[in-house]
Design a protein around this ligand. Structure first.
Ligand code: SF4
Ligand code: SF4
Length: 293
C-alpha cells in the first residue's frame, strides 16, 4: 500500500486531486481511498487531503500521519506548514515551486526523494488559471508510477467535462516537466523496510492525541521501540518444552513474537519491554525470564 498526503490551500483542488486519483486507481482494479481533512473551512486556508492505493483491500480509515509520498500544491506553504511531518525516510516529496526557488528544496534532498515543477505556470499556460491540482496529478504519476496515464485521462474527462482537454494538456505538460532528484541513500544500518517501519515522528504531543488518549491507528505500537524500556531481564524460550500453542504471541502487549516457518515463536528484542507476561502465561512453562546483565 502507498499512502499519500496532499497539502494545499482551500480552493486549490487538493481534495479533487485525491478523489480523481482514487477513482483512477479503482478503475485499474486497485483499492483506493481519497478523503479530505479540513481545518478552518474557507478559501485560502491550509488544507490536507489523503489518498491510499493498494493491491489489496484497505481496512484502515484514519488520517495519514506517516505518508510514503507528500504532494504540495502551493509553494507559499514552504516555511509555513511542516508538510514533511512524518514523511518516511527516503519518501517522495513532490512540490509545486517556481523555478527561481528550486534551491529552497536542497535541505530536503538528504532525507527524501524530491521532485518538483512550476505547476502554477503549467496551469496558467494550459488553462489560464493558477490552479495547479491537475498539473500535480501529472507529476504524481511520473514520480510514483502508482496509476497509469490512461486511467487518469478517463477520470479527468468525466470530472471536468468541456474543460477536460485543457486539464489533460496540463497533466501531460507537467509529466514532461517534472524534475526528479535522486533518492537519498538509506543509512547503512537501516534497510528500506526498516526505514518504513520506524517513522521519524511517531510520538505526538498531548494536544494532538485523540480525546481519551484513544489509539485509532492499527499497528501503531510498531512506531515505539519499547525494547528500550527493558531493565530487569528478557524472556527465553525452551523449544524442547514449547507446544507451539501461540499463547505468548496472544498475550504479549507489544506483539514481540512472530511465528516462524517451524511453528515456533521468534522473539524481537527491539520491542520486548521485559514485562514477563509471556513467561507467566506460558502453559508449558517453556519461557523463563533471564537477566541480561
Ligand atoms: S506460550 Fe509457551 S508453549 Fe506456547 S508457543 Fe509460547 S512458548 Fe510455546
Ligand atoms: S516479556 Fe512482555 S514484552 Fe517481552 S515478550 Fe514477554 S510479554 Fe512481551
Amino acid at each position: 500500500m502507498i499512502e499519500i498526503r496532499f497539502h494545499g490551500r482551500g480552493g486549490q483542488g487538493a481534495v479533487t486531486a485525491a478523489e480523481i486519483l482514487a477513482k483512477a486507481a479503482i478503475s485499474e482494479g486497485k483499492y483506493a481511498q481519497g478523503f479530505p481533512n479540513f481545518g478552518a473551512e474557507r478559501r485560502g486556508a491550509p488544507v490536507m487531503a489523503f489518498l491510499r492505493i493498494s493491491e489489496k483491500p484497505i481496512y484502515i480509515r484514519e488520517r495519514i500521519d506517516t505518508p510514503d509520498v507528500v504532494v504540495v500544491l502551493d509553494p507559499s506553504l514552504l516555511g509555513l506548514v511542516d508538510f514533511c511531518s512524518g514523511l518516511k525516510t527516503a519518501g517522495q516529496l513532490i512540490i509545486n515551486i517556481p523555478q527561481k526557488r528550486e534551491k529552497d528544496l536542497i535541505p530536503f534532498k538528504s532525507k527524501y526523494q524530491v521532485a518538483f515543477l512550476d505547476a502554477t505556470m503549467v496551469a496558467l499556460k494550459n488553462m489560464g488559471v493558477p490552479i495547479a491540482n491537475t498539473a500535480m496529478m501529472g507529476a504524481f504519476i511520473k514520480v510514483t508510477e502508482a496509476i497509469g496515464m490512461e486511467a487518469l485521462r478517463e477520470f479527468i474527462r468525466e470530472r471536468f467535462g468541456r474543460i477536460a482537454d485543457k486539464n489533460l494538456a496540463a497533466v501531460e505538460m507537467a509529466y514532461e516537466k517534472t524534475v526528479i532528484w535522486d533518492a537519498p541513500p538509506i543509512a547503512e544500518d537501516m534497510d528500506e523496510k526498516a526505514a518504513d517501519e520506524y517513522p521519524i515522528e511517531a510520538l505526538h504531543p498531548w494536544n494532538e492525541l485523540e480525546i481519551g488518549g484513544d489509539i485509532t491507528r492499527a499497528g501503531s505500537s510498531k512506531d515505539f521501540l519499547t525494547g528500550d524500556w527493558r531493565t530487569t531481564g528478557r524472556p527465553v524460550s525452551d523449544l524442547d518444552k514449547c507446544t507451539k500453542c501461540g499463547l505468548c504471541w496472544i498475550v504479549c502487549p507489544d506483539m514481540v513474537y512472530s511465528k516462524n516457518e517451524e511453528g515456533f515463536y521468534d522473539w524481537d528484542g527491539l520491542y520486548c519491554k521485559g514485562c514477563g507476561i509471556c513467561a507467566d502465561q506460558c502453559p508449558a512453562g517453556a519461557i523463563i525470564m533471564r537477566s541480561e546483565t
